[in-house]
Design a protein around this ligand. Structure first.
Ligand SMILES: [Zn+2]
Length: 136
């Protein structure tokens, strides 16, 4: 637990939440600033700042919970699809430093989230340069 963490406070009941799922290791609750109706956040009950800090077993538990909640939202909210978004560090838009996964319901044509995919692909050389750095 981390004292100043809003998600830890949700886990221990100090802050109320609209819970949609809970088991021994994880909880999921409705995001209070939803991008779309049913936007849900899934978190580990233990405090880890980013995905990198989660023990492998906790990663497994987290994504098992994500799958269960995704199925639940898909069935019950009659949505066309959903995005699973997991931000790490401020540069990537992480606001709460307690690792979490967003499940964002989508409907055809809602334009709630759009990936900025460039029209042109990278050159073979650019891809090789990146690959070299990663694999070095
Ligand atoms: Zn926390």
């Amino acid at each position: 637990m981390s004292e100043d963490c809003i998600f830890c406070k949700i886990v221990n009941g100090q802050i109320p939440s609209k819970k949609v799922f809970e088991n021994d290791t994880n909880i999921a609750f409705l995001d209070i600033r939803p991008i779309s109706t049913g936007h849900t956040v899934v978190i580990p009950k233990k405090h880890y700042s980013t995905i990198e800090k989660l023990p492998d077993e906790e990663v497994g538990n987290l994504f098992k919970a994500v799958k269960r909640v995704a199925l639940l939202l898909h069935e019950k909210l009659e949505i066309d699809g959903y995005n699973i978004v997991q931000n790490n560090y401020k540069a990537a838009g992480q606001v709460v430093e307690h690792s979490h996964v967003h499940i964002i319901p989508r409907n055809k044509g809602d334009r709630k989230i759009e990936l900025n995919v460039p029209k042109e692909g990278a050159s073979e050389e650019q891809l090789d340069q990146v690959l070299e750095k990663i694999m070095a």
